[in-house]
Design a protein. Structure first.
Length: 498
C-alpha cells in the first residue's frame, strides 16, 4: 500500500486565522477546492484541526483513479445537522458517502450525503472525539468495512459507485451542508499497492507536523526573510490615526539587516503619506530612533505598503526592536490577531520621526507589521514557516537556487512523544519556479548515509507557490519500519533534480 495523502491541518493555521487566508493556503496544491473552512484547536495533542462550518466543501483531486481506498480521520461534531465525514467521488459525481446523521448515527450511503443508506451502526454523542476509518472498494456490489475507534462498525457489500458507472473514485471530500459544524484532524489516505500498511491502521493514529529548526547541509542562497507577522488571523481592522507614530516590538531569533517595514492597509487613500521607522528598546518601551524611511504616498486596501529605510539597520539576535511608521492620514490597517501589543503616540508628520520616542500609549491593536530582512545567515529561518504565524509566507521569506544537484537539508525537533509505530513520513515543501524553462525538484529525507527522494522524485513546480510532497513509509537507510530515534536524527529538505 502506498500513502496517497497525509494531512494534520497544521500548516494552514493558527487557530482563528482569517478564513480567506486559510482557503488560499488549503488550495495551494494540497486541496483542489475549499469553502467555509477555518482552523481550530487540535483534536489530538499537537498542531491544529480543520473546522467544517456551514456549507463547508473541501475537496481533493487524487493523482489517479482508485478502485479501493483505505484511510481514516479523527472527528468531533455537533449533532442536529447532517455532516459528510468523508465522500468519495468520480469527478463531480459522488460514488458513496460516510455520514454523521442528526441522531449521531454513522451511515454509509450510496452516492451523496442524501443517497440511499447502505448500512449504518453506532450512535455517538455530540462533541465527542472519535477516529473513523474505512476500507472501501468501489462497485455496484462491492465490499466495504467502516471502523470506529479501532473496532469494526459495519461491514458488507453494496452499491458504492452511486454516481457513475465507473468502479473507482478519484476525489475525496469533507462536507457540511447544514447549520452547525464539525471538526476533522489526523487524516490519512492509502491505496492498495505495495507491501507497507496493507490494512487500516486501527490505532487512532496521529499526524504530527514539525518545522525546521536548524540547518544541516545547505547549498541554496538567501532570498528574503521577515521579522513579524505577514498575514491576518482575525478580520479586525484599526486606524492608528492621523499624525501618529505607531509601532510594534519584535525580537529576532537570527541576526539580519532590516531594509524596510511593511503594513497592510484595509482602506484606500491616494494621498496618505508614510515613513517607516525603527527604534531601539529600553526595558520594554521604544527608545532611540535607529533609522527612518523614505516617504511612501498612497495606500490601497488589501495591498502591502512597504517603506524602505534610508539607512538599513543591523539587528542582533535576541535583542528587542520596535518597528512601524509615522503617517499624516488616518487609514485603517489589518490586525494580525486579537492581542494588544501595539503602541502609538501623537507626532506631527512634517516634523519627521522623533529622535527619542515620546511616551507611547500602549495596549493598542496588533497591526500587521513586519520587517523585511537581508543578511540572515541561516536558511532554515527563511525557508521554514515562522512560528509566529504558521502559514506559508511566499515571496517575503524564501531561499532559492538554480543549480541542478544543489540541496538544502534541515534539522527538525524530535517528536513530542515516542510513538509505538511510525507508519509513514511526509515531507512537504512550499515552492514555485521563478525562471524560464522546465525544472524538477524532489522533497528529500536523509537517514544515516542514505539520501532519498521518497515516492515522488522529479516533480515540476508551478510558477505560483504551491505545496509539493513525497512520502517515506520506511527508513530509507534500513528499508525497515521507522524507529523513532532514526526519524528524530533524520534531516529533510529539497533538491533541484534538473
Amino acid at each position: 500500500m502506498t500513502a496517497l495523502f497525509i494531512e494534520g491541518f497544521d500548516k494552514y493555521g493558527p487557530a482563528n486565522a482569517v478564513a480567506a487566508n486559510v482557503v488560499a493556503a488549503l488550495t495551494a496544491n494540497e486541496w483542489t477546492t475549499a469553502a467555509a473552512t477555518t482552523i481550530t484547536a487540535p483534536l489530538s495533542a499537537t498542531g491544529f484541526a480543520l473546522s467544517a462550518g456551514f456549507n463547508c466543501s473541501l475537496k481533493k483531486t487524487l493523482a489517479a483513479n482508485y478502485s479501493r481506498l483505505i484511510g481514516g480521520l479523527r472527528f468531533s461534531g455537533t449533532l442536529g445537522n447532517l455532516a459528510t465525514l468523508m465522500q468519495f467521488l468520480d469527478g463531480s459525481s459522488a460514488q458513496c458517502s460516510i455520514t454523521l446523521e442528526t441522531t449521531g448515527v454513522i451511515n454509509l450511503r450510496t452516492g451523496s450525503q442524501t443517497g440511499t443508506i447502505i448500512t449504518g451502526g453506532a450512535t455517538i454523542s455530540a462533541n465527542t472525539t472519535h477516529y473513523l476509518e474505512w476500507d472501501i472498494t468501489f462497485g455496484a456490489s462491492a465490499a466495504f468495512t467502516v471502523y470506529l475507534d479501532g473496532a469494526s462498525l459495519f461491514t458488507g457489500t453494496g452499491n458504492t459507485r452511486g454516481g457513475t458507472s465507473n468502479n473507482f473514485a478519484n476525489v475525496i471530500a469533507i462536507l457540511n451542508s447544514a447549520t452547525g459544524g464539525w471538526t476533522a484532524d489526523d487524516l490519512y489516505l492509502f491505496d492498495t499497492t505495495g507491501s507497507q500498511n496493507n490494512a487500516v491502521l486501527l490505532t487512532s493514529p496521529r499526524v504530527e507536523t514539525q518545522f525546521p529548526n536548524a540547518d544541516s547541509s545547505v547549498q541554496f542562497s538567501f532570498g528574503a526573510a521577515i521579522l513579524g507577522s505577514a498575514s491576518q488571523r482575525v478580520t479586525a481592522t484599526n486606524a492608528p490615526g492621523a499624525n501618529q507614530l505607531f509601532l510594534r516590538s519584535f525580537t529576532p531569533t537570527q541576526a539580519g539587516v532590516l531594509q524596510s517595514v511593511s503594513c497592510i492597509p484595509a482602506a484606500t487613500s491616494a494621498g496618505a503619506n508614510y515613513k517607516a521607522v525603527a527604534y531601539s528598546d529600553n526595558s520594554g518601551v521604544p527608545n532611540s530612533l535607529l533609522s527612518s524611511g523614505s516617504q511612501v504616498t498612497g495606500a490601497t486596501s488589501g495591498t502591502v505598503l512597504t517603506g524602505a529605510l534610508v539607512t538599513p539597520q543591523t539587528l542582533s539576535a535576541g535583542t528587542a526592536y520596535w518597528i512601524g511608521f509615522i503617517t499624516d492620514t488616518s487609514v485603517v490597517l489589518q490586525e494580525v490577531d486579537s492581542t494588544t501589543t501595539g503602541a502609538k503616540a501623537s507626532n506631527t508628520y512634517g516634523s519627521g520621526a522623533p529622535g527619542t520616542a515620546p511616551t507611547m500609549t500602549t495596549g493598542q491593536p496588533s497591526w500587521v507589521l513586519y520587517g523585511n530582512l537581508t543578511g540572515v545567515g541561516v536558511n532554515f529561518y527563511e525557508d521554514g514557516i515562522p512560528t509566529n504565524q504558521n502559514q506559508p509566507v511566499g515571496d517575503p521569506s524564501y531561499v532559492f537556487d538554480s543549480v541542478s544537484g544543489h540541496e538544502d537539508l534541515y534539522n527538525f525537533p524530535a517528536l513530542s512523544v515516542t510513538p509505538s509505530a511510525i507508519y509513514a513520513v511526509a515531507v512537504k515543501g512550499y515552492c514555485k519556479r521563478s525562471d524560464s524553462g522546465s525544472r524538477t525538484v524532489s522533497l528529500r529525507m536523509k537517514s544515516g548515509a542514505t539520501d532519498s527522494g521518497g515516492t515522488a522524485p522529479g516533480q515540476s513546480p508551478a510558477t505560483t507557490y504551491g505545496w509539493l510532497d513525497s512520502f517515506f513509509e520506511t527508513d530509507p537507510n534500513t528499508s525497515a519500519a521507522w524507529a523513532p530515534g532514526n526519524l528524530n536524527a533524520a534531516t529533510s529538505g529539497f533538491k533541484i533534480d534538473s
